[in-house]
Design a protein around this ligand. Structure first.
Ligand code: FAD
Length: 418
């Protein structure tokens, strides 16, 4: 097998790897990005067919390039998002090798740097950047046995309604993925149940500005730590149908039955928590708080944007909220599929260095890990709320490239006076 030596090895060629490569290239740092699939593979092959970006194209991009065929206020289809990163990488001739999987990274014994075993032989590097994604391994909570008589899949394996067996669907999880998939299934004529947990559902737009703009001017993308207890609270937003606010009462009006958190399974019957009305009320409160903050911002800054009092009007609570379903006999209800939109975990089993804590999670500060020379980029809350999003990762990658540049400076230092 061949042997390669680079100064920086970047593992993963999604948006994080491309951003890393740009900043390293600007600093003249010799590096390679190894990607086991294609550039932005997860956008291509681990998401459903109709997915469009959750943020408008003016926002969900890197600073120096606009989308070629998507209007700034439109939402790029996922294939165009992937193509954007491939084009971006081409723009500066990024040294990305596709189809190469990294299987292990270890510190060199008794010497500097690291050795990586890959499907393309051995790579040695002084620095390693893990850019393998914020959402790597599908997580399905252990509630329904795998061999239960119901089809089960994770949202990362969902493509379109035709892929599912005939019959009703229970979608578990009401973040951006769960609500969009439930809506699509309902529109395709399916009977749909949607299990709703704690969430944030910002207005798609308010007073003529997208919520991405509001989070920006209100400084919320820059929040450095998640509100206490909210590390995993999912944001339910959607760019589908030109971008609409996620509204659970509206989903119910379309015929989706909302249920509380999925808790138990016995003999074909699922049990749901009695928390639906409270969860939705909490989501409403956060929604209204953002409207209040937006109004206050406009007043403070003397900005004149059209008022939008109707944004504060809610549809009446549907029956599924006032008399919630607490148990669902899947067979009797004709539910043949459970679709788990329950999020992802990370898997760093290939990274065999001291950069992980006891539970295998990255141990780092702003991406600079506990193991000198090893970095993480692209993780949720790496430096702030925006870190796992397209625009945020670019800035985090810059910080990491700067850190590597500083370390290179120290290593290159030679004393001039003796
Ligand atoms: C459904 C969904 C919709 C989203 N929509 C948006 C959105 O609209 N806007 C936004 O800003 N963010 C969005 N995100 C969040 C985020 O932007 C994406 O998750 C994005 O894919 C993260 O990019 P990344 O480069 O950090 O990681 P990934 O895209 O996951 O890229 C990591 C890459 O590493 C490769 N890899 C992994 N392990 C190895 C290995 N051992 N060797 C070699 N290569 C390896 C993978 O093949 C992959 O290509 C969305 C996320 C999801 C799940």
């Amino acid at each position: 097998m061949s042997k390669h030596d680079v100064e920086v090895l970047v593992v993963g060629g999604g948006q994080a790897g491309v951003a890393m490569s740009e900043h390293l290239s600007s600093g003249g740092v010799r590096h390679v990005v190894l990607e086991r699939g294609r550039i932005a593979e997860r956008w291509r092959s681990e998401r459903w067919d109709s997915l469009v970006a959750n943020g408008p194209a003016w926002h969900d991009r890197f600073p120096s390039m606009e989308f070629a065929e998507v209007g700034p206020d439109d939402f790029a289809p996922k294939e165009q998002v992937a193509q954007y990163f491939a084009d971006y990488a081409q723009k500066f001739d990024a040294p990305i090798r596709t189809g190469v999987e990294v299987t292990s990274v270890r510190r060199n014994p008794g010497g500097p740097g690291f050795t990586a075993e890959t499907s393309d032989g051995t790579y040695t590097a002084r620095f390693v950047v893990a850019a393998t994604g914020p959402f790597q391994k599908p997580v399905i909570p252990p509630i329904v046995p795998r061999d239960a008589p119901v089809h089960q899949l994770h949202s990362s394996s969902y493509r379109n309604p035709d892929q599912l067996p005939e019959g009703g669907v229970l979608v578990v999880g009401a973040g951006s993925s769960g609500v969009q998939i439930a809506d699509e299934l309902r529109a395709a004529g399916r009977e749909v149940y949607l299990s709703v947990g704690p969430h944030d559902r910002p207005p798609r737009s308010y007073r003529d500005r997208d919520f991405c703009w509001w989070l920006g001017v209100l400084g919320r993308w820059d929040a450095e730590t998640p509100p206490k207890g909210a590390e995993h609270v999912t944001i339910a937003v959607s760019g589908a149908h030109g971008g609409r606010t996620v509204d659970f009462r509206e989903l119910a009006a379309k015929g989706i039955t909302l249920v509380g958190l999925t808790g138990t399974y016995r003999d074909g019957t699922l049990g749901f928590a009695d928390d639906l009305a409270r969860t939705i009320a909490e989501g409403d409160a956060k929604y209204l708080e953002l409207l209040d903050a937006a109004d206050a911002y406009l007043e403070r800054n003397g900005l004149d944007l059209p008022e939008e009092p109707q944004a504060r009007e809610f549809l009446p609570d549907p029956a599924c909220m006032t008399e919630p379903v607490r148990e669902l006999d899947l067979r009797a209800a004709g539910v043949t599929t459970i679709l788990w939109a329950t999020g992802f975990a990370t898997d760093y089993s290939w990274l065999q260095v001291g950069a992980l804590d006891e539970s295998g999670r990255p141990s780092h500060r702003r991406g600079v890990s506990a193991e000198p020379g090893v970095y993480f980029v692209g993780l949720p809350w790496l430096s702030r709320r925006g870190s796992s999003f397209i625009w945020g990762v670019w800035h985090d990658a810059k910080h990491i490239a700067d850190h590597i540049g500083t370390q290179r400076g120290y290593l290159a230092y030679r004393r001039s006076r003796h």
